[in-house]
Design a protein around this ligand. Structure first.
Ligand code: MRU
Length: 345
């Protein structure tokens, strides 16, 4: 069974989230009833991961409609919650196509709920399809992955993208092992991905971010697989800070570097990685860990939350419609033009 990190409770008109800030020590569910509260939960990373924040924002629009609120204002507050993951804007665009120009009332609320549910259920099917396609690139027999951040059940609705591939490899009966970057500064790898893989019984080891080149040089690593917050039209990908370093380490050690992402993460309106807005977060994420300060009081900090991995370092982008290989512009163009969304698995 997957963790259900995100769930719309229809009777109460609330979005129920696992508070990811409290994991792994505490599994705490919190309810959010308004677009502002849901936007706050996205900003403070109670819910995080590109697909999950898109789904959360979609239900934020349902909450607004149920309360008879101003939908344009709700849309704006949700759009301002985090800047880098395009899935947030993709989901809100889908919701906007339902509410824009429509008369408020129970019928509109019902149509918005149906659209949010479609986004949620679509994510489940898409993740399963990504894992199915990924099986084709795994070596025969034993497989050792390298992974960054958290891209599993906690970052999506159900299986996950990159971590879903790792879990699927394990569940297919292959001997599977994963190195998990701890992922400074928020430690999504150490806190969340390890928590998930322990739950699913997948053998793994947490490594500090700076160990990746050493691990790839001295141990067997078959492939790196990471998630993604936005794919630009040229195949550059934005993902959690440290992903670019990992791609460089992989290139120097001849380890193929794959990105797993739903088609909704592809943003053909963004020409290259240079055009992707990179979120900067509070200095306290870097100067302390939990309640403990680790840097001198007042130490200056630069804290970009994401980086861009150039397309030239990426062996392939694994989507629900297949694996795109370089040259990316043509491959991605064909994919986004595809009329065939994946059906249920
Ligand atoms: O800041 P976060 O934890 O939201 O960042 C998450 C990532 O970078 C993930 O790799 C990405 O969103 C893909 S999740 C399937």
């Amino acid at each position: 069974m997957s963790f259900r990190a995100i769930e719309w409770i229809d009777d109460a008109s609330v979005l129920r989230l696992i508070d990811q800030k409290a994991l792994p020590e505490t599994t705490r569910y919190c309810d959010f009833a308004t677009p502002a509260a849901i936007a706050g939960a996205i900003t403070d990373m109670t819910v995080r991961g590109a697909p999950a924040i898109g789904v959360a924002a979609a239900f934020g629009m349902v909450a607004a409609a149920r309360a008879g609120g101003d939908l344009a204002a709700a849309d704006a507050v949700l759009r301002a919650s985090r800047p880098t993951a395009v899935n947030l804007f993709w989901a809100l665009d889908r919701m906007r196509r339902v509410w824009q120009g429509a008369a408020p009332g129970p019928d509109l609320s019902a149509r918005l709920l149906a659209e949010a549910r479609a986004i949620e259920e679509g994510d489940i099917a898409v993740n399963r399809a990504i894992s199915r396609h990924a099986m084709a690139i795994l070596p025969e027999g034993e497989v050792t992955f390298y992974h960054h951040c958290n891209t599993g059940s906690l970052a999506t609705v159900d299986l996950g993208t990159a971590l879903g591939i790792i879990r699927s490899a394990h569940e297919s009966g292959r001997k599977t092992f994963a190195y998990l970057d701890e992922t400074r500064p928020r430690l999504q790898g150490a806190k969340l991905s390890s928590f998930e893989l322990m739950h699913y019984g997948v053998p793994h080891a947490i490594v500090v971010d700076g160990a990746s080149a050493h691990v790839m040089r001295t141990r067997k690593v078959d492939l790196v697989v990471v998630g993604c917050d936005r794919v630009a039209a040229n195949g550059d990908t934005a993902n959690k800070i440290g992903t670019y370093n990992l791609a460089l380490a992989a290139a120097d050690n001849g380890v193929p570097f794959y990105v797993a992402a739903p088609v909704s993460t592809i943003d053909m309106a963004t020409a290259t990685g240079d055009d992707i807005e990179i979120e900067e977060r509070a200095p306290e994420e870097v100067t302390g860990t939990g309640a403990t300060r680790i840097a001198p009081e007042g130490a200056p900090v630069f804290n970009p939350a994401f980086d861009v991995t150039p397309a030239r370092l990426i062996a392939g982008i694994i989507t629900e419609l297949g694996i795109v290989r370089p040259p990316y512009r043509e491959g991605l163009m064909k994919l986004v033009a595809s009329p065939l969304p994946p059906g249920p698995a």
